[in-house]
Design a protein around this ligand. Structure first.
Ligand code: LLP
Length: 432
């Protein structure tokens, strides 16, 4: 219950708008964001750096929720964003992100994506491997252009999280390996190229991290790397980018450290080490995705059929499921579910909330305590703002849901619900 707000009528409210009113106006499934919550999260990241007077950039990892509206909000808030494909870059530019505030990530950036990034003169490309480095060098030489780059390393830190979203370990597919000398060779090659302006180094240890130890380890390892590279190559990093991964609360049982605390600790460790090694203090960049948008959204569904298997379990079906939220099926991610018009009602059953997709794994919430439910009731699943819509699919030809932004009691549609025709728009068929 501490995951949702309620109004005077006792209904769940999002950004001051009654959830039932939202479903009446826009239909279900509906993803409703409280944009005030996003703005507050952005501010609290910025404030930590400002209070400690640390040069910084908050870079929104837009894979968490890539949409024109969100890029517009990021641009308004003066934060950067990271993109991981030509498609995200296109959307970010259309959403009004200034090119210099965009950084480009990925372990297999395609040649045409690199050309697009260079032509758009984005802020920085985070170079991941030698193949990419050489392709980028050729593009820049050809155009006689320079580009700011960062070098991504795999810091050899294992974050405590699901293995699919852990990325810092040595055997990660991302970034140059440090121990074998790969990273140092890459730096030398980059420093020797006049078309490249090497502004700093990057690492990202994983996602949905609760324990600050992983970040402390990464910060120490990166500071040591900067000391070594300063001694060996006279390299002064202007930027130390420590990635994202700050965990959020999905259920009442989750108890993550507030993101500001993670950031404060990172800053302290970096400052301490930098002073100890007599280095210049780099600007610190962080790349939160989930922590900016994750707990700001609630998905609203309509309850349909149910099934009672005596002595075994009860199923309650909703009108969405794995097509709008693949996370439970993919990562065994846990969520809570509440009735939108009576979140405080006494729970009398434990049911499994399932979607409408033709997969037994299409489970949204297993063993969910709920009051008695009826077809037509609106079920709310909080904390669906990150990696929900962006990982959505049209499986079973179910249209992607609509998305609304709510703030100060007002709602506005930012992504309309897909239509059946939308789902056929790329199909050419054989009878021409
Ligand atoms: N920076 C880099 C280089 C990343 O690869 C990621 C996430 C982030 C920042 C942002 O991480 P965040 O702050 O959102 O944890 N689909 C998965 C998460 C995949 C994360 C991929 N990289 C999920 O639903 O849990």
């Amino acid at each position: 219950l501490d995951l949702v707000d309620t109004n005077a009528a006792g209904h769940i409210a999002i950004g001051g708008v009654d959830a039932l009113k939202l479903t009446q106006q826009y239909g279900t499934p509906l993803i409703a964001y409280d944009t005030g919550a996003i703005r507050r999260q952005i501010r609290s990241f910025q404030r930590v750096f400002e209070d400690l007077n640390i040069a910084h950039r908050v870079v929104y990892a837009s894979k968490a929720f890539s949409s024109l509206a969100m890029y517009q909000l990021a641009a308004e808030s003066n934060i950067g964003c990271d993109v991981v494909s030509g498609g995200e870059l296109y959307a970010a530019l259309k959403g009004g992100m200034r090119p210099e505030m965009i950084e480009f990530h990925g372990n297999n950036k395609l040649p045409h994506e690199l050309e697009y990034a260079v032509d758009a003169q984005i802020g920085c490309i985070v170079v991941d491997n030698f193949q990419e480095l050489h392709t980028l060098q050729a593009i820049l030489a050809d155009r006689q252009q320079t580009m700011r780059v960062m070098l991504r390393v795999a810091p050899g830190i294992l974050a405590e999280t699901h293995e699919y979203i852990s990325t810092g370990q040595e055997k990660s597919k991302f970034g140059f390996d440090i121990r074998s000398g790969q990273a140092a060779r890459a730096l030398q090659e980059m420093l020797a190229d006049d078309h490249l302006d090497v502004i700093g180094v990057h690492c990202h240890i994983g996602s949905q991290i609760f324990d600050v130890q992983g970040f402390i380890g990464a910060a120490k390892k990166m500071a040591l790397l900067l000391r070594d590279w300063n001694q060996e190559f006279g390299f002064d990093a202007q930027v130390l980018n420590l990635g994202g991964g700050f965990g959020i609360k999905y259920t009442g049982e989750d108890d993550p450290l507030p993101a500001e605390e993670f950031v404060k600790t990172i800053i302290e460790v970096v400052e301490y080490k930098v002073n100890k090694y007599h280095l210049q203090m780099p600007a610190i960049w962080v790349e939160p995705g989930r922590a900016l948008v994750g707990d700001a959204a609630t998905t609203l569904y309509t309850i349909g059929s149910s099934k009672h298997v005596a002595g075994v379990c009860d199923y309650i079906s909703v009108d969405g499921g794995m097509g709008d939220n693949i996370r439970p099926a993919l990562y065994h991610a846990k969520y809570e579910a509440l009735l939108a018009d009576r979140p405080h009602a006494e729970n009398t059953q434990v049911a499994t909330v399932v979607g409408k997709y033709c997969e037994s794994g299409d489970i949204l919430v297993e063993d969910c305590p709920l009051p008695p439910t009826h077809p037509g009731d609106v079920l709310a699943v909080p904390a669906t703002g990150a990696y929900g819509y962006t990982m959505a699919s049209n499986y079973n030809r179910n249209p992607r849901p609509a998305v609304v932004f709510c703030e100060n009691g007002e709602s506005r549609l930012v992504i309309r619900r897909e239509t059946y025709a939308d789902m056929l728009r790329c199909e050419v068929g054989i009878a021409q």
